[in-house]
Design a protein around this ligand. Sequence first.
Ligand SMILES: Cc1ncc(COP(=O)(O)O)c(C=O)c1O
Length: 499
Amino acid sequence: MAGWTSAVGVAHLARLLTSQQPRPAGPGTRKPPAYRALADGIRVLVLEGRIPVAARLPAERELAIALSVSRTTVAAAYEALRTEGFLESRRGAGSWTAVPAGNPLPARGLEPLPPEALGSMIDLGCASLPAPEPWLTRAVQGALEELPPYAHTHGDYPAGLPALRALLAERYTARGVPTMPEQIMVTTGGMGATDAICHLFAGRGERIAVESPSYANILQLMRESGARLVPVAMAEGLTGWDLERWRQVLRDAAPRLAYVVADFHNPTGALADEDQRRRMVDAVRSAGTVLVVDETMSELCLDPDLTLPRPVCSFDPAGSTVITFGSASKAFWAGLRIGWVRAAPDVIRSLVAARAYADLGTPVLEQLAVNWLLSTDGWQSAVAARRTQATENRDALVSALRRELPDWEFEVPSGGLTLWVRTGGLSGSRIAEAGEQVGVRVPSGPRFGVDGAFEGYVRLPFTVSGAVADEAVARLVAATRLVAEGVSGPSQLPRTFVA
Ligand SMILES: Cc1ncc(COP(=O)(O)O)c(C=O)c1O
């Protein structure tokens, strides 16, 4: 969209560059010249999403002063970046970050294999667990018993079954955010919720500020709705949001929406603390931006000693600034395709109208199944089983990775279903390609970024354990070897992404 491009402030860039860890030099390697080190530093910031693609860099002279280097050094670094495709300049207008044309197509969601096509492939593409039994069977049986009175109606409930809306509202009230059934709409999963929200608020060309990285399928849905994504880097080390960056983006880009995952963020697992939540709501309120909070992962706390911060919507209980959505997909089972939105009653009425021609409503039987779970102890028992399984899977994956791929780096999250892994300087896209050859499907980092960031990452879900986790990691080792030896796949992508 015309009229706004992000700019990287000189003080911010200098801070990012000086806080970078120098790469350990191999035996006999010489320290690179200053311009090369600077070019590599900027390149890594782009590829790791710390500065956005298509962002304007400071003028050479300004950056030289901020870094206390000569202007020639900055000019040579910019020239090297231009040659390598990481910078585009227009005479008299400035220089913008870019990713080289040979990089993989980043603008894609996840492409999980359908179960019947898996064969011997280990699928780490999807962060969803199989149905928790006996709870699915019991819920469906309970739903069948409740069905007869609904069977006498036309079956269209565009806002959801009244009984389920009431139960979902009660759950928010029990979490400390008083909620009426009129503030709830049942949707076809979190994706259905996002689709309706984009439809209502973010038409073609509207800006949506998103965490960088963020959940690939929602990024793709937003792109396809015609919105322009404005990435905001996460704070380092699973510590949630960098409020200073958020305030700047909200002020400079004035996005219509901001989309965040406060609880056990996908893909990093980060948890925003209470103070960040309060400040984020203040910041969006002053910017006139609607904050969309995705609570899909919020019940997957894997640390029994952790007290969860208050829900983000507790800082806007009326629900006119904060729109929250949740889903049964991670806490229970993705096959039900049940989600919900919490917002002010008038926002809900508009969302119901916005979703009307997409799907008319959500299937009644599945809503009754969730209704059964929430009105018995089924939901809590199933969630407890989920947490035990996800914890076991996480621990198996972490120990196999530490043993077999010690130069892969990650933080172990206290919840969620995913590990965000830095792949030791090798291209995550190449590892994903090689994985297809050796029988492990894994999504590469750029799917979770905007415009090609995160080339040096893959996302690994907590979906396998025991011998399968060991085998999955053994295949990742094989894929890594293919990439390191330069014998993988057809792609022309560079094997490494740092010098
Ligand atoms: C953060 C996040 N939001 C939304 C979704 C989509 O949820 P649903 O299956 O309810 O459409 C997912 C699924 O992986 C997710 O991880």
